[in-house]
Structures are given as C-alpha cells and as structure tokens.
Design a protein around this ligand. Structure first.
Ligand SMILES: [Zn+2]
Length: 278
C-alpha cells in the first residue's frame, strides 16, 4: 500500500507510473454488494503484478508485463481461484457477517459460497459467472474474425450478436445496450483484445495447478487468512520476469508444458460438479 493508491472510478482499472507508483480504482454498486469486492480483488491481481516486476528492469523494454493475457491471468487468479473459493470465505466470511448483519445474518457460509458461484446465462460479460464467461469471449472473437475477414458487415453486428447469444447462452438481449454495445473495446479500436480474458482464465488455472502441487498447504493457508505463499510463488515465477520471456514460453517454463486448456476445464468441472451435484 506504500507503492500506489486506490481511488473510486465508474469503471475499475489499474495503471502505473513505475514500479513504486501503481494505482487502481474500484466502485460500489448499490444493488450488488459483491461487485466491489471482486473487482477490487481483480484489480489487485493486476497491481501486484505491476509492483512485482524486478526493479533492475525499470526503465528498460523488459520492465513491464509481458502480455495482456498474462496480466489477466493474475487478476482472474486472485478474483476467482482465491476470491470465489470456499477456503477464502472460511477466512473472510465471519468478518463479512459482522459488517453486514442485516443482509447476511441468516445466511450460512455454505449458502453464501453457493450464492457467489451461481451459474446463470447473462447478458453482461463483466458480470458473467466463471462457467459462462468464456462463451461471451468466443462470441466476440468470432464476430471480430468476421469483421476483419470481411464476411460480416458492421451494420449486421446487432443481429448476428443476438443470434449467437441465443445459440450459445439461450437468451436474447432486449436492446443493444445489454448486447453489442456493452463493451468499450471496439469503439476504442481494440480489436482482438477479448481473447486475452479467456487466455488469462486458462493460464490462471494452469498456474494454480502447478502452484498448489508445489505447495499443497495453500488452501488451508487461505482458510486462515495467509496468502504469502501464493504471492511469493507468483513473484518468483511470474512477476519478477517482466517481459523477459514470451508469455507462452513463460507458461512452459513455469508449469513444464505449453498452455493446456484441460486445467481450466478440470477446475470448472470439479468446482461446479461439487456445487451442483451432477
Ligand atoms: Zn483485468
């Protein structure tokens, strides 16, 4: 907290002005108390990465994160693998209950845990649960390919968006605000950016698998409020290197194999099988 600051902004983000000055924002939604916490954990993952790059790279071309996908792996790891885990809430829920007695007084830990991990098709990408999130990315990526290849005209985007939503998630947006117009990326010129979120999810699960194999005590540590092993492992294996290794080479170097989607599928299957008992 001595190497940056946190402020309020309508949309959470992280930026930095050097390793010693990393700044992030959060927001509070009146109708969604958890949104602030999870987006703060997400941005904290980005901020820890920026703070952890080796000072010896400062001011050189290696002194920044290697890729957006790797950056998202750090944010999604803290937000989901830590923040949406049962162990984290064994530690944090008593405090939460004390802070929100009216809302949570009658809710036990198990109901709360299942509540924050409810799977439901939804219109808005940034609020999607872990199981449906990547469908939002696949939809956008397919449209981007169509736009770039010329097989899809811009004017046809709303209609094609809606039909893909129906096909992938079974729901149809009522208007384009909750459909094709919900993101800032395309209007800002960021074409091809969305897949970095899905890549981040895949990388985070593969890193987590390796980290918890190296340190099987991590879940129990989380349950007692200790996160030093997680941060230390990320510092040593990911953060400090900055842009020294290409992102896919870094995954190989750290986990011993190329990016492999099986880890994410295993993570989702294991987690939701237990929650939904299928
Ligand atoms: Zn992010």
């Amino acid at each position: 907290m001595d190497h940056g600051r946190i402020d309020l902004a309508p949309h959470p983000f992280t930026t930095n002005f050097g390793h010693g000055d990393v700044r992030m924002t959060t927001r509070f939604l009146d109708d969604d108390g958890m949104s602030s916490l999870f987006s703060t954990m997400h941005e904290t993952g980005h901020a820890l990465y920026d703070q952890g790059i080796s000072p010896k790279y400062q001011g050189t071309s290696l002194g920044h994160a290697v890729s957006s996908g790797t950056h998202e792996s750090q944010s999604r790891l803290w937000e989901n693998l830590v923040g949406r885990s049962r162990e984290f809430w064994r530690f944090a829920y008593p405090t939460m209950g004390m802070l929100f007695p009216a809302q949570l007084g009658n809710v036990d830990l198990e109901h709360f845990y299942r509540g924050i991990n409810r799977v439901e098709p939804s219109f808005i990408r940034v609020e999607a649960d872990e199981a449906t999130y990547n469908m939002h990315i696949i939809l956008r990526m397919e449209l981007e390919i169509g736009l770039i290849e010329g097989s899809l005209a811009t004017r046809d985007l709303p209609e094609v968006w809606n039909s893909k939503m129906k096909e992938y998630l079974g729901i149809t947006p009522e208007n384009d605000s909750v459909g094709v117009l919900q993101d800032v990326h395309w209007s800002g010129g960021m074409i091809g950016y969305f897949p970095t979120y899905a890549l981040g999810n895949l990388i985070s699960a593969q890193l987590w698998h390796k980290m918890t194999s190296d340190h099987p005590g991590i879940p129990e540590q989380m349950a007692t409020g200790h996160f030093e092993t997680i941060l230390g492992w990320l510092r040593e294996n990911i953060h400090q290197h900055g842009s020294r290794y290409d992102s896919m080479d870094l995954v190989q170097r750290v986990t011993g194999e190329r990016l492999n989607a099986d880890y994410y599928i295993e993570y989702l299957t294991g987690k939701y099988k237990e929650i939904y008992r299928f």
